[in-house]
Design a protein around this ligand. Structure first.
Ligand code: PMP
Length: 309
C-alpha cells in the first residue's frame, strides 16, 4: 500500500501502517458497507487542533445508526484514537480518516446477528484538495449527467462508502471532460452538491445553499460557513436552486473538509461573476482560515486541542 504515515489505529491498537490488513472476502469490499469521516487537524498558534472533531465523530455514529452498524468502541475511545493517529505520527497538521466497516462476517448481504464492525483511524498529511492555486483563482466545474441519489434509495445523509460510487461518477465525468470538479443535480433536477463538497451561491450580497432535502450530506464546513457568514452580517438561506441560478450567480464557492473553501470561476464554461474569487467568497474564506491563525476568534468551541492535559 502507498504508505502515507508510519502508524495507524486498527481495531483498538496502534500498528505499523503496512500491518493493517483485511481479508479479500470482507463484506464492505463486496457490498460497500462502511461508514466514515474526514476531519482536518490544523496547526494553530496554540498547538494542533481537530476541527469540530466531536461533531465529526458524532456524524460517524449517526451514519452507523442509519445502517444499524454496531461500532464496538465508545465515543471517547474513538476520539482518543483520532488524536493518537495524528500524534503518534508526529503530525501537527493532518487529515484524519476514521472508518467503520463490515469485515470478514460472511458473504450474505444481511449481516449475521451480532456481527460487529472493524474500525480504523488513519492520520496522514493532506494539502489543499483542489490545489493551492485554486483557493484564489477558482475552479471550473460542470453539471454532470449523473444525478445524486434519489430519496428513499440510499440515504445521502449518511457518510457511507457506497455513496461514493455516485461521487466517483460525478467527479470522473467532469474530469474526463476537462473540468476540475462536477456538481450533481438531485433527481428533481435541482442543485445538490459536488462529489465531496457542498455548494454556495452569492447573489446580490445574499448567500444561498441547497437544503438537506436536496440529497446532500450536511457538511460541517457548510455549517461553519453559514455561521461565519451570518456572524459577518450576511443573510444566509437554505433554498432549492435551479441550474440556471448557478449560471447567473455573482459568486459561487464549494465547501468541505478536504476542499475547505474553494471559489468556482465557471459552471459549464459559463463565467461566474468576474471569473475569479468574488468579494464575499474572499471574506468568508478569510474568516474560515482565520480560525486557524488566530485572526477569527473561535466563539463556538470548534477548535479541539489534540493534546489533552
Ligand atoms: N458532501 C459530500 C458528498 C462529502 O463527501 C463531503 C465531505 N465530507 C461534504 C459534502 C462536505 O462535508 P464536510 O464539510 O463535513 O466535510
Amino acid at each position: 500500500a502507498a504508505k502515507t504515515a508510519e502508524l495507524i489505529w486498527f481495531n483498538g491498537e496502534m500498528m505499523p501502517w503496512g500491518d493493517a490488513k483485511v481479508h479479500v472476502m470482507s463484506h464492505a469490499l463486496h457490498y460497500g458497507t462502511s461508514v466514515f469521516e474526514g476531519i482536518r487537524v490544523y496547526d494553530t498558534p496554540t498547538g494542533p487542533v481537530g476541527f469540530r472533531l466531536t461533531e465529526h465523530i458524532q456524524r460517524l455514529y449517526d451514519s452507523a445508526k442509519i445502517y444499524r452498524m454496531p461500532i464496538p468502541y465508545q465515543f471517547d475511545e474513538l476520539m482518543q484514537a483520532c488524536r493518537d493517529a495524528v500524534l503518534a505520527n508526529g503530525l501537527s497538521s493532518a487529515y484524519i480518516r476514521p472508518l467503520a466497516f463490515y469485515g470478514d462476517i460472511g458473504m450474505g448481504i444481511t449481516p449475521p446477528s451480532g456481527a460487529q464492525c472493524d474500525v480504523l483511524v488513519a492520520g496522514f498529511p493532506w494539502g489543499a484538495y483542489l490545489g493551492e492555486d485554486s483557493m484564489e483563482a477558482g475552479v471550473d466545474v460542470a453539471i454532470t449527467s449523473w444525478n445524486r441519489l434519489a430519496p428513499n434509495t440510499i440515504p445521502t445523509g449518511a457518510k457511507a462508502g457506497g455513496n461514493y460510487l455516485s461521487s466517483l461518477q460525478v467527479s470522473t465525468e467532469a474530469k474526463r471532460n476537462g473540468f476540475d470538479e462536477g456538481i450533481a443535480l438531485d433527481t428533481n433536477g435541482l442543485v445538490s452538491e459536488a462529489a465531496g463538497a457542498n455548494i454556495f451561491v452569492v447573489k446580490k450580497n445574499k448567500i444561498y445553499t441547497p437544503p438537506a432535502t436536496a440529497a446532500i450530506l450536511m457538511g460541517l464546513t457548510r455549517d461553519t460557513i453559514m455561521t461565519l457568514a451570518r456572524d459577518k452580517g450576511y443573510e444566509v438561506v437554505e433554498e432549492n436552486m435551479s441550474r440556471e441560478f448557478l449560471y447567473l450567480a455573482d459568486e459561487i464557492f464549494m465547501t468541505g473538509t478536504a476542499a475547505e473553501v474553494v471559489p468556482v470561476r465557471s459552471v459549464d464554461r459559463i463565467e461566474i461573476g468576474a471569473g475569479k474569487r468574488g468579494e464575499v467568497t474572499g471574506i468568508v474564506q478569510q474568516s474560515f482560515f482565520g480560525l486557524f491563525n488566530g485572526e477569527t476568534e473561535d466563539r463556538w468551541g470548534w477548535l479541539e486541542p489534540l493534546k489533552q492535559d
